[in-house]
Design a protein around this ligand. Structure first.
Ligand code: GLN
Length: 237
């Protein structure tokens, strides 16, 4: 059994929302905690099961339109994620998972579907599918290096006054308004796949630090070289 002090990671609905290897976000978070001697306990919550409200970091991934609608319905009915966020849990929501966090998003035919209302955003269907590499420069207050990843979505996301843009889009579409993703409190939403935390380990550390405080530095030189290679390739196009 994990000790009481273990960092509790919750992966929401692997049976509905887990495209493009987004589950890798769980592995990166676990490893970056464990490499610092922080014990972790991960719970995979299937959509038939209740979402525990006492987790530290919640992760949700991308998905197709139909599973996205089902996930939104079940999470609304369940209420566990709402209670967890109200208790101060950290969260990373990716693509379909990001859209679900808002007030509404576009369904299969573009019809508005109710979201969870946990972020002040609303998504609709955009004019064309956004597919390709995404590079974005992060809001200075978060002090993160440039974000990289790839995107594949029809939706565009409008930010309300209750959230801040996560980053400014340098390549790709992101929210569709010149920005990519958003954050409010300890909740981050993004269109980045890759998985996002493998491509951007500093984002994983931000989520961890929100729960455990200052983190010991890690030797990331191997990953950093790969990151730079990717960034240079995309930016030189
Ligand atoms: N179904 C959503 C859209 O197309 C999300 C897609 C995804 O998660 N990759 O906008």
């Amino acid at each position: 059994m994990p000790s009481d002090s273990a960092l509790r990671i919750i992966w929401i609905y692997p049976d509905l929302l887990s495209t493009y290897g987004d589950q890798g976000n769980v592995l990166v978070l676990e490893q970056r905690a464990q490499r610092r001697g922080i014990e972790t306990e991960t719970t995979y919550v299937r959509s038939a099961d209740p979402v525990p409200e006492t987790g530290d970091v919640y992760l949700i991934g991308g998905g197709e339109d139909r599973p996205q609608i089902l996930a939104a319905e079940r999470l609304r009915r369940d209420g566990g994620l709402h209670r967890a966020i109200a208790r101060g849990a950290a969260m990373l929501a990716v693509c379909a998972g990001y859209q679900i966090m808002g007030s509404t998003f576009g369904g299969e035919e573009g019809q508005p579907v109710d979201g969870l209302g946990l972020l002040d955003i609303a998504s609709t269907r955009g004019p064309a599918r956004a597919v390709g590499e995404l590079v974005a420069e992060v809001d200075a207050t978060l002090n993160l290096p440039t974000l990289t990843g790839f995107e594949n979505h029809m939706g565009v996301t409008h930010l309300g006054p209750g959230v801040k843009p996560l980053s400014k889009t340098l390549r790709g579409v992101g929210n569709g308004d010149g920005f990519e993703g958003c954050y409010a409190g300890h909740v981050v939403g993004t269109y980045l796949h890759g998985p996002a935390l493998a491509r951007n380990p500093a984002l994983a550390d931000l989520l961890l630090s929100w729960r455990v405080g200052d983190l010991a530095p890690l030797d990331d030189s191997r990953f950093e070289a790969l990151r730079q290679e990717r960034l240079n390739t995309v930016m030189s196009r």
